[in-house]
Structure formats: structure tokens, C-alpha cells
Write a protein of this length. Structure first.
Lengths: 584, 425
């Protein structure tokens, strides 16, 4: 191994020495550009939130520093409750999503069911949080699908009963929604890692060896594959945790409001007519930041503790931990998860075409296309905006990601820990904490270019995902192809374009589809950076979800799902026809 | 002799003087009116052929369609491109103008026209975020009979000072599911605040209101507050039209808290959770979780039934003890990029054609702010109506209107509410 890497170093040194063409120079500069692109807005946004938190807000005629905001914050009734709710829902939902992901992987590793489950669950990834929340809410509400199926023949309910879900004060509905939404993401990320030719092959072979040694399949997965897999899953998990602890859409639609989670409360304070509340909101944003940081630290600490406690288990030679029962539990759980999701989707589709549909009827009285017709009439410009923003953002993100990864290979130096951490900065810093400041900064620089501002803000969220999904494939690309090409006299540019990109065709398409899906789903960044002038399908859907009928928001949710789904289907189909020989 | 001549001169002078004065008065008057006219011509010439970004709540399809209609009209008449920026909460636009002011953007603001009233207006006017003295100079403003009509010069008791042009009038009306409230002994339709409490006690979990600071939730609390003070003595009653202070707050609001303490345990989710918005309340009526609800725009009810969003069994009515009413306005931020164009749009929205169109039940059904006596017969004819939908509010059902308390009470109610009920026990 070390011989190979040494030869890589020598080889790339030779190529970079002889060619200082345009391509190489751009590639060399790209990591710095990337850093600036990510650090400046996030840090700038944070500072613009930090100053008001300590009482400095010239607009509100506050120019002295003080702890006034924090005093107001501490005096807020129910602050402890809000914090507990944020911490509890964030941590439990992430833990659940992670554990279920592992169980599914362990139970179905090397089985054709894994691909089927992936195919069933991956569409969930593209459903925006708001739409998913509405679908879940409809299922578990007192007048929801489950309640309708048992009424009135079993329950005797002629009117919807007095229920607890959604909006239960313990946040169970939020946990349910977040878990269902994050599970496919983690699963897809894990499968993405396992799909890498080198690593995947190695792990599968190791798994086979373990099976031959008499390990139960699930034990084999947990003891052999998980230790290699987990480090590559760590950042996605932390991103999920950070998101879950500070998200706005899910708790807004599914959560309690006496009091709500901290992030939702902050958003309300920011948007309140009483402008002095912004100082409190800024202080709250700072608290949210600490909270999320604490959660991430807690997770990393827990990881260390588990590693220390269970290290011996890996090598104790025990082959069986009731694997058959666990397998059954996992199957039941998977069926439950998929059934739950399918029922919500069926509900969503029925709502989009429903005429009158009074409780407790299980089916609508009549079907109508009225909702689709009236929605499509108003949808043209939001649709155009959604696509334009998504494409511009994603293309830019893909190009800069590829250049950065290429620069890493050209200089034969892995990206510094600092840089790789910065890439995930926008995912790890709660967006509610820096977005408001960022918008203020954008207005200072250029007020009128709303489209540019939105693309720029989306980029902050799209770039990490694109990077996350491309980086491992790129890094694990077999370097010998590039060496052969280079030794035959190909310039770095040619190697990049004709040798590396075709091999990466499938991962690039997946990354594009993912980038588009992320961009399509952004609510808060679109709303704030665009000043409400740029309407996308998602902003319209959330406005309508808060302001109109289930039927119309079902139509928008279906549109929201359809758009990214097309992207993922293309990403799945195209590699079967193009650059087939470059794949394995 | 000398004296007579002196007199003659004096008389001549004084006559001249009087004549001059008369001339002066007449010319001033005509100057004033021609000044207004030429001002308007100036506005029209500057404002044509531009875009106007109209920031308005966008949660109702009917209202959005009406704004689309208005956009087509101003396009045809003035070649103005009216863009409706749909808000889920008007305070978003307030925040935006404030953020622009903080970024020293004093003449290229993104908001040209904003649909506003009450607390949002109070905030914007307090922070000097609005353009002053334009609305009272609009030609169509005269149709509102401003000298005899305080409703167009005061917004929740605060003088508008020409910062906003009236657009429409709204009243708090109720609607119910006639299959759920079937008129049996313990389940008859409540038509006063007290009946509402006793009905909710007998039928727990079937009524609630959106969580303050939601506009509709606040409106219900204000309706309750005003009703609870109907029997109070005049000095206490007068406090409702004064700013809330630390001295009078407890005394004025205590009856409200007593009432809510009795009402809350009977509400949906036992009053431990409240819905986020009026639209969510409407959805819950559609889900049959709630049996009775209220709205500030009565026509949304038949419109929702026609779109299947509410069941066929819905009926609208007004409370017999009074309906809270207010006027809503359009205003121009001080830094608007297209101030003249925004004035042209505001003037169009005040025109008899636009107001009559808006009042049609199937368009929007929002009550006009124009006074019929200022209109000619041709203009009055525009306001005739067609037969209403069964779920619509019957014509003339609002018998008694209640005026809004001073806007500072909104904050006082909200803080008191938050402290008492913001955190569930």
C-alpha cells in the first residue's frame, strides 16, 4: 500500500511539474474558493446574530453592549421545556433513525431485499420536510387515516374523537416524523459508502469470511462491517442530529406550541411585530447554537464510550446474539415503517383528488381534478424558479466539488481536517442561527439580486451534500487508471475529463439528483434570501400548508416529490446506458 | 371736505382690499384643488410603466385571484406591472423594511405597497417606516367621505395621517357544522359569548381559537374582552380606547382571564394545545374535530365549501351580542422603489369599480369602504349583489358592530396570555 501511495506522489509530482496549464491552476485555487464560499457567509451570519444578542442593534436604537437579551430569554415562560423538547426530539429521532438503519443493513446485507428497501425508501428522501409532516400528521390525527379505518364500526366515532396526535406535548409526533424522514437519508448514505467498488467489495468479502466462520449474518455485519462503515457515516449522522435539533418545519406542523421547540420559538420571535423581540431571538439563536454543539459533543462522547465499552465484544468470538429473533424484529419493524410511509402516501394522493370527504368515511365521496387544475394554473412561475435555482445551484456545487477533489489528487495531499470540517459547517451550524444574519449581510451588499441571493444561500446547503455523496467515490477511484493515462502522456485535464469523470458517472448523477432534491426542499433559506419575492414549489407549499386546504397542499406535496424523483430515476437509469464500460 | 375725501379714499381702498381678499380666497381654493390635481397628474406621469411589488397575505385563493384581477386592470390602464408577493404573515414584510432601514437602504426598498392594519401599522408608524401624507391626497379618497368617516382616518384608534389608504372592512363572523350542532337540548347554536361558554361546557373539545399572536385568535380574545366589559362602568370601558398601562392592565384584563379560566378546560385538546392559524382552524372544522369556528373574511366560508374544503353542512352567522369590526388598509414604505406607481395602484383599489368587484360575494365579498352617498347612480349600480350560497353569511346579519380596542391591548393580552396559558401545566 505504501509503495503504491509513494508512486502516486512521485507520479503526480511529475505531472504537476510539467503542466501549469489553466486547468491545473483553477483546480489548485478551488479549495480556497470553496473555503471562502462556505466560511464567510456562515461566520458573517453568525456575527450579525451575535451582535444583537449582546444588545448591539443600531436600527432599534440599541448601541450599548449588555446581557439584556439573555435576561429576556431566561425570563421566557417555559424555556426549559423548549430546550428539553429540542434536545429530546433531536437526539431520540437521530438515535432511532441510526439504529433502524443499522438493523436494516445488518438484517438484509447481501440480500436482494436491501435494494428493494432502498428503492422503496429513497423517494422519501426527496419529500420536503413540510410535506412529509403534513402526510404523517394526516395519518395520526384524530380524523386521520388510521382513525377512519376503525370508525365507526369499531370505535363508534361519528365525529372525530378528542385525540393526542399530532402536537402532543412530548414531541412524539415530531420524533416519528423526523425518524421516518432521516432514516432513508442515513440508509442511502450507508449504501452509497457500500457501493464504492473497492471498499464495498472488500467489506462484502470480509462479511463472507465471517459467515464462513460461522457468524450469524447480523453479528457479522455489526462486528466486521460496522467498524469500517461507521467512520464514513459519522458526518451524515452529525448533520442529521444538528438538523433535527434545530429544524423548523417538522416541529411547526407536528409539534406542540405551548411551548414549541426552541427553533420554532426563535423563528416566531424574529418574525414578531414587536421588533425588540429580535434581541431576545438573537440570544435564543445563540442558545440554539450551544445546544446543538452540546448535542454533537454528546454524540461524539457517546461514540467514544461505546467504543471503549464494547471493544472486547468485537474479538470475543461470540457468533450468535439471538440473531433469528432480531432478524424477525427487524423485518416487522421494516414492514411497519414501509407500511406507515405507504399509507401516508396513499392518503396524500387521495387528498389531492378528493371531493367532499367527511369523517369517518375511508374513501372520498367523489374524486375531482379541480385541485390539480387550480394548482397547476398558479404553479408555472414557482415551478420555473424551483428548477432554475436548483439547476444553477447544483451545477455550480458539482463543478466546485469535482475541482476540489481533483486538486486533492493532483497535490497528492488529502484535504486537511480543517477543510473537511468546514465543508460540513452549514450542515452542523443550525441554519436558524446564521440565516437571519446572512440575509442582513446580503442586503448590505446587493439588495435587488434576489435570484442570486437565493442561489448563493442554497449553495451553502447543497454543497455539503454533494460533496458528501461524491467525495468517497472520488477518493476511492482506482488511481492506476489515471497513472496509465498520465504515463501515456495525457494532461491532467484530459485525465480528469476522459478517465475520471466517466468512471464517476453514476455517483455524479446521484450527487446531482441529491443536490437538486436538497435545493428543491429548502424553505427558510429561500424565503429569507429571496425576501419572499422568489416563490418556489416549496415556499408555496408551506404557505399553503399553513394557510389553506389539505387538498391543495397534497397537490403541492406530490409535485414536490415528483420533481426530485425524476432526477433520481434519471440518476438510476442513465448509467445503465452511458459509460457502461467504465462501471463495474 | 378734507374728511370726505379721506373717507372716499378709505372706502375705495377698503373695497379694493375686500375684493382682493375675495379674489385671494377664491384663487387659494382653486389653487389648492388645482394643486391636488396637478400633484396627481405629476404622480401619474411618474408612476406609469413600472412594477409595483405588493406584499400581501397570500393564504386565500379568492383574495389572490382578486389581486390578479387588479393587476390586469392596472396593466391595461397604466401599464403598471403589479406583482403580488404572497406572505404567510404580514410581519414578514415589516421585518423586511426594518432590515432594509438597518442596512441603510433608504430609497431602493423591495416593498412598494403593503396590506396592513392594526399592530403591524402601529409598529411601522412608530418606527417611521411609512410614507406620509399621500393617501388623503388620492382622488378616489373623496369617495370615502373622509370628513365624516373616522373609520378611514383611524386604524385601531391610531390616526393614519395619510400613511395608508383604506381598502376594505371586515367583521368577525362565525360558522358551524349543522350536522354536529343539531339543535338538541344540550347542543343548540350559541349566539352570544356566554352561550358559547355553556355550549362548550356541554360539548367539550368542539371549539378552540388560534394561538395568540395569531390575528384571528387575538380577534376572538378582543371580542371576548369587549363583550365582558359591556356591563362595566364608563370609566373602565373608556380604558379600552386608551393605551394599556401598568396601572389599568390588571383591572381591564382580569374579567378576560376569569372567562378564559372557565372556557379553556372545555376546549379542543383541553386547552393545552392551540392551533397555529385561522386556516388550521378551518381545516379542523372540515375534519369534524371542531364544530364551530370564526373568520374575519366571511366569504372564505362558501368559497371553501365550493372547493370541498368544508362540508356541505356548514352555515355562517353573526353573534347577536355584536361583531368585532375593523378597516384594513394599504400603505407605502418610506423607502419604496416605486412610490408613485404604488399610489396609482392604491388609488385604483379605492375606485368604485375595484371596490364593487371586491364586494361581490363570489369574488371576495369584502365590504367596501366607499360611502354610497358620494357616488353617482351609475357607480352605485355597480354594487348590486347576486343570490348568496347556502353556507354564506345571510345579507344584513351583522346587527351590531364592536370597535377594536386600542392596539396596545394586543400586546397586553398577548403577554398576559403567554404567562398564563403559554406553557401547558
Amino acid at each position: 500500500m505504501s509503495v503504491i501511495s509513494k508512486s502516486v506522489a512521485v507520479n503526480t509530482k511529475a505531472t504537476s511539474h510539467c503542466s501549469t496549464d489553466m486547468f491545473t491552476r483553477i483546480v489548485k485555487l478551488s479549495p480556497r474558493f470553496l473555503l471562502a464560499l462556505l466560511i464567510l457567509p456562515v461566520i458573517g451570519g453568525l456575527i450579525s446574530v451575535l451582535l444583537p444578542a449582546f444588545g448591539y442593534a443600531p436600527v432599534l436604537e440599541h448601541t450599548t453592549f449588555g446581557l439584556h437579551g439573555f435576561t429576556m430569554l431566561v425570563q421566557t415562560p417555559g424555556l426549559t421545556h423548549m430546550v428539553m423538547l429540542s434536545v429530546g426530539t433531536g437526539l431520540i429521532s437521530t438515535l432511532l433513525a441510526f439504529v433502524i438503519t443499522l438493523m436494516i443493513l445488518a438484517a438484509f446485507f447481501n440480500s436482494p431485499w436491501l435494494n428493494r428497501i432502498q428503492r422503496l425508501l429513497s423517494p422519501i428522501l426527496v419529500i420536503p420536510h413540510a410535506a412529509a409532516a403534513i402526510a404523517v400528521g394526516f395519518l395520526i390525527a384524530p380524523s386521520g387515516m388510521i382513525s377512519r379505518l376503525v370508525s365507526p364500526w369499531l370505535s363508534g366515532w361519528e365525529l372525530a374523537p378528542n385525540g393526542m396526535f399530532p402536537h402532543d406535548s412530548f414531541g412524539i409526533s415530531i420524533i416519528l416524523g423526523l425518524t421516518l424522514k432521516e432514516l432513508p437519508f442515513l440508509l442511502l448514505m450507508a449504501l452509497g459508502v457500500l457501493a464504492q467498488p473497492e471498499l464495498g467489495k472488500k467489506l462484502r468479502q470480509q462479511h463472507k469470511v465471517a459467515l464462513n466462520l460461522g457468524y450469524c449474518p447480523m453479528t457479522a455485519f455489526l462486528k466486521v462491517i460496522l467498524p469500517s462503515l461507521y467512520p464514513l457515516l459519522r458526518l451524515p449522522i452529525l448533520a442529521v442530529l444538528a438538523y433535527a435539533s434545530a429544524s423548523v418545519e417538522m416541529p411547526l406542523i407536528l409539534g406542540p406550541n405551548t411551548p414549541p421547540t426552541l427553533a420554532v420559538a426563535i423563528m416566531h420571535w424574529f418574525n414578531d411585530v414587536d421588533l425588540n423581540l429580535r434581541i431576545k431571538a438573537s440570544a435564543g439563536a445563540l442558545l440554539q447554537l450551544l445546544l446543538t454543539a452540546g448535542l454533537l459533543a454528546f454524540w461524539l462522547g457517546g461514540e467514544k464510550a461505546i467504543k471503549a465499552l464494547f471493544n472486547d465484544l468485537l474479538t470475543n468470538g461470540e457468533r450468535e446474539y439471538g440473531g433469528i429473533y432480531w432478524q424477525k424484529i427487524t423485518t416487522v419493524l421494516t414492514v411497519f415503517v414501509i407500511g406507515f410511509i405507504l399509507l401516508s402516501l396513499i392518503g396524500l394522493i387521495m387528498w389531492s383528488v378528493a371531493g367532499f370527504w367527511r369523517f369517518p368515511a375511508a374513501l372520498p365521496e367523489q374524486l375531482t381534478l379541480l385541485h390539480f387544475k387550480s394548482a397547476l394554473m398558479q404553479m408555472q412561475s414557482p415551478l420555473f424558479n424551483t428548477l432554475a435555482i436548483g439547476l444553477v445551484t447544483t451545477l455550480f456545487a458539482i463543478i466546485i466539488t469535482l475541482l476540489c477533489l481533483e486538486s486533492e489528487q493532483l497535490s497528492a495531499k488529502p484535504m486537511s481536517r480543517f477543510t473537511s470540517l468546514i465543508i460540513y459547517l452549514p450542515l452542523l451550524v443550525p441554519s436558524i442561527a446564521f440565516l437571519f444574519g446572512l440575509v442582513w449581510l446580503q442586503q448590505l451588499v446587493n439588495n435587488q439580486a434576489a435570484f442570486f441571493n437565493v442561489v448563493f444561500t442554497h449553495l451553502l446547503f447543497v454543497l455539503p451534500y454533494v460533496f458528501l455523496s461524491l467525495a468517497s467515490s472520488y477518493r476511492r477511484l482506482d488511481p492506476r487508471f489515471a497513472h496509465v493515462a498520465a504515463s501515456l502522456g495525457a494532461t491532467p485535464y484530459k485525465v480528469f475529463l476522459h478517465v475520471k469523470l466517466p468512471q464517476l458517472f453514476a455517483p455524479i448523477l446521484i450527487a446531482i439528483a441529491l443536490g437538486l432534491a436538497i435545493s428543491f426542499g429548502q424553505y427558510l433559506p429561500t424565503l429569507l434570501a429571496g425576501g419572499g419575492r422568489i416563490a418556489t414549489i416549496t415556499t408555496e407549499a408551506v404557505t399553503l400548508a399553513n394557510g389553506a386546504s389539505r387538498r391543495t397542499s397534497a397537490v403541492y406535496a406530490i409535485m414536490q416529490m415528483a420533481l426530485p424523483l425524476i432526477g433520481f430515476i434519471l440518476a438510476w437509469v442513465l448509467p445503465k446506458y452511458f459509460f457502461k464500460s467504465a462501471q463495474r | 371736505m378734507h374728511a370726505t375725501k379721506y373717507w372716499q379714499i378709505l372706502t375705495r381702498y377698503s373695497l379694493c382690499c375686500i375684493a382682493f381678499c375675495i379674489c385671494l380666497v377664491i384663487s387659494f381654493k382653486s389653487i389648492a384643488s388645482t394643486e391636488l390635481q396637478s400633484r396627481w397628474q405629476h404622480v401619474e406621469s411618474l408612476g406609469k410603466d413600472q412594477s409595483v411589488y405588493f406584499y400581501a397575505w397570500g393564504g386565500d385563493a379568492q383574495i389572490n385571484a382578486y389581486i390578479q384581477w387588479a393587476a390586469k386592470q392596472v396593466k391595461a390602464r397604466y401599464n403598471i406591472n403589479l406583482v403580488h408577493v404572497k406572505l404567510s404573515d404580514t410581519s414578514e414584510a415589516v421585518s423586511r423594511v426594518l432590515a432594509e432601514k438597518s442596512a441603510n437602504n433608504n430609497d431602493k426598498g423591495s416593498v412598494d405597497l403593503i396590506w396592513i392594519n392594526g399592530a403591524n401599522f402601529a409598529t411601522m408608524s412608530e418606527h417611521s417606516l411609512l410614507l406620509k401624507q399621500w393617501a388623503n391626497k388620492l382622488p378616489n379618497f373623496n369617495y370615502t367621505d373622509p370628513s365624516n368617516n373616522p373609520a378611514v382616518n383611524f386604524d385601531f384608534g391610531i390616526p393614519t395621517n395619510g400613511m395608508e389608504a383604506p381598502w376594505g372592512q371586515a367583521s368577525l363572523t362565525f360558522y358551524y357544522d349543522s350536522l354536529a350542532i343539531d339543535g338538541t337540548v344540550n347542543n343548540t347554536l350559541p349566539t352570544t359569548l356566554n352561550q358559547l361558554l355553556s355550549w362548550s361546557t356541554k360539548n367539550p373539545g368542539r371549539f378552540s381559537y388560534p394561538k395568540p399572536p395569531d390575528f384571528l385568535g387575538m380577534s376572538f380574545l378582543k371580542y371576548a374582552l369587549v363583550m365582558l366589559h359591556q356591563q362595566s362602568d364608563d370609566t373602565l370601558k373608556a380604558q379600552l380606547n386608551q393605551p394599556a398601562t401598568t396601572q389599568n392592565t390588571a383591572q381591564v384584563l382580569n374579567p378576560l382571564w376569569d372567562f378564559l379560566n372557565k372556557l379553556h378546560p372545555t376546549l379542543w385538546r383541553d386547552g393545552s394545545h392551540f392551533m397555529q392559524s385561522g386556516a388550521q382552524m378551518r381545516r379542523l372544522v372540515g375534519d369534524t374535530e371542531l364544530s364551530i369556528a370564526f373568520t374575519f373574511s366571511a366569504p372564505e366560508v362558501p368559497a371553501a365549501v365550493k372547493r370541498y374544503d368544508l362540508p356541505k353542512s356548514i352555515r355562517s352567522y353573526a353573534m347577536q351580542d355584536g361583531s368585532l369590526s375593523n378597516t384594513h388598509f394599504v400603505a407605502i414604505p418610506y423607502n419604496a422603489s416605486h412610490q408613485q406607481s404604488a399610489q396609482i395602484v392604491a388609488n385604483f383599489l379605492l375606485s368604485p369599480e375595484a371596490q364593487a368587484q371586491k364586494q361581490q360575494a363570489h369574488i371576495w365579498g369584502d365590504k367596501t369602504v366607499l360611502i354610497q352617498s358620494t357616488l353617482n347612480t351609475q357607480q352605485q349600480a355597480l354594487f348590486k349583489t347576486a343570490k348568496p350560497h347556502p353556507s354564506a353569511l345571510p345579507f344584513n346579519s351583522i346587527k351590531r358592530t364592536l370597535s377594536e380596542p386600542h392596539p396596545s391591548w394586543v400586546n397586553a393580552i398577548m403577554q398576559g396570555w403567554q404567562a398564563r396559558y403559554g406553557v401547558s401545566q
